[in-house]
Design a protein around this ligand. Structure first.
Ligand code: AMP
Length: 470
């Protein structure tokens, strides 16, 4: 099937062509006709499947069909996402797909000044991509009404519920007209999601293109058994010996993320951590540097990395297995995207056997495991502690000169801004207990903000005006 067969506007097809998409992905093949027909959709799909274009392209087509009918410009499409990072990513995609269309798009999320959002709304917004908290702020301030809404998209609804946004979502729903098209996407379908879908969707078309284990099948998965306290040493060794240049490492807690990043820098590897306690600016920088290859290792907590779409990410490492088995699928889904191969390696210690069983049951696969020479597990279960601070034997030597700069930096004790460990954490800090459940931890990224037409240049905003109107 080609995009041309789907009945989309030529202006949309042009953007798709310019992006180099040759044919619609399976979710696009199913979602586009249903959404064009005005149906509500319940979609079981993860990021990486082409889901964003799957809902955006037909949404844009429908908005275009009724464009200019109403008087004042009002929000006609709302996309709700659980995290700032995902809002930025989805919003950026929408701006690309709408490149030849006369719409104004605003991306609004918390943690940054609300003033640019207010300015953009005054100028007029057709498409709003927002996190629930920021949207409620805008609604309660009276800055925005959603009476003219035609399409509502809930993206990663399962994560929104996990993060405790249900009350916010229900409050937002009260501000929406009943007559609208609703599209709900979720990677998993708990009873809570089903209840939400029952409330929000009218006789939805069900689209399930990516059963939870399909990502798992695309990604080459391995387990390396190792004692917990030797994980960091092994990780640095593997990165160095294999000369990996872009590695995403998952840990469970913010404290471990900071601590591990600090130690990796000492090992001569340019590393940064992202998690919810980092400032927006620091998170933006870390992601931009990682994407541009200035930072080699990104250590992330689950929520910080949720939905990240990083081109060409061949290696994902689970430094620790996640507490929630579904997070394993989300984690390894960061690699092997858009049909590219990827490798996910989990460093598993004896105390993680229960999590491993739960993950294998979920994905329906037994993940091959191995033991590396020199890193054989002692066989004794270890306390859940932070990795040892013992320095690895110069992993960069294996890599020739590639890391000389970083080694120098580390040797001088000046990791530089990018690799700067969290301040104020004394060495040998006792570990905090791993967080029991997900908190509202959100992260943002620099999306290469598009230039604004009429807002002051000094404000970096997420507002794109394609309307050519004064
Ligand atoms: P998503 O699942 O929306 O996060 O998309 C994952 C990645 O696939 C993004 O980098 C998109 O640019 C890319 N993508 C989406 N649709 C297509 C397509 N039809 N052909 C090729 N790449 C695509």
């Amino acid at each position: 099937m080609s995009f041309n067969e789907l009945g989309l506007s030529p202006h949309i097809l042009r953007a798709v062509k310019e992006l180099g998409y040759e044919q619609p992905t399976p979710i696009q093949q199913q979602a586009i006709p249903a959404i064009l027909a005005g149906q509500d959709v319940l979609g079981g799909a993860q990021t990486g499947t082409g889901k964003t274009a799957g809902f955006t392209l037909p949404m844009l087509h429908r908005l275009l069909a009724n464009h200019g009918r109403g008087g004042r410009r009002q929000v006609r499409a709302l996309v709700l996402t659980p995290t700032r990072e995902l809002a930025a990513q989805v919003g950026e995609s929408i701006i690309k797909y709408a490149h030849h269309l006369p719409f104004r798009t605003l991306i609004a999320y918390g943690g940054v000044s609300i003033k640019p959002n207010l300015d953009a709304i005054k100028l007029g917004v057709d498409i709003l991509v927002a996190t629930p908290g920021r949207l409620l702020d805008l609604l309660t301030q009276g800055a925005l009404t959603l009476n003219a809404l035609e399409v509502l998209v809930l993206d990663e609804a399962d994560r929104m519920l996990d993060m405790g946004f249900i009350t916010d979502i229900r409050r937002i729903m009260k501000a929406l007209p009943d007559q609208r098209q609703t599209l709900l996407f979720s990677a998993t379908f708990s009873d809570d999601i089903k209840a939400l879908a029952d409330d929000l969707l009218k006789t939805p078309t069900l689209i399930e293109v990516s059963p939870t284990n399909s990502t798992a099948e695309q990604v080459n998965q391995r387990i390396i058994k190792v004692d917990r306290e030797r994980k960091r040493e092994l990780l640095s060794h593997m990165i160095g010996r294999n000369n990996w240049q872009r590695v995403l490492v998952f840990v469970r807690t913010k404290q471990i993320a900071d601590r591990l990043a600090e130690q990796m820098v000492k090992d001569g590897l340019d590393t940064v951590a992202i998690h919810g306690d980092k400032t927006q600016g620091a998170r933006n920088r870390a992601l931009a540097d990682f994407r541009e290859g200035k930072v080699r290792v990104l250590v992330a907590t689950d929520i910080a990395a949720r939905g990240l779409d990083i081109d060409n990410l061949p290696h994902v490492i689970n430094f620790e297995l996640p507490q929630v088995a579904e997070d394993y699928i989300h984690r390894i889904g960061r690699t092997g995207r858009a049909g590219r191969g990827g490798e996910a390696i989990s460093l598993v210690s004896l105390d993680e056997q229960e999590q491993l069983k739960a993950i294998e049951a979920l994905i329906g696969l037994s993940i091959p495991s191995e033991i590396l020479e020199g890193y054989e597990p002692s066989g004794k279960p270890t306390r859940q502690t932070l990795p040892s601070n013992k320095s690895v034997q110069n992993p960069s030597r294996d890599r020739g000169h590639a890391n000389a700069k970083h080694n120098n930096k580390a040797a001088k004790g000046k990791p530089g801004a990018k690799g700067k460990p969290a301040a104020g954490k004394p060495k040998g800090d006792a570990p905090k207990k791993p967080a029991p459940a997900r908190k509202r931890e959100i992260v943002g990224e620099d999306i290469g903000f598009t230039p604004m037409r009429r807002l002051p240049k000094t404000q970096r905003d997420d507002y794109q005006d394609n309307s050519n109107e004064e």
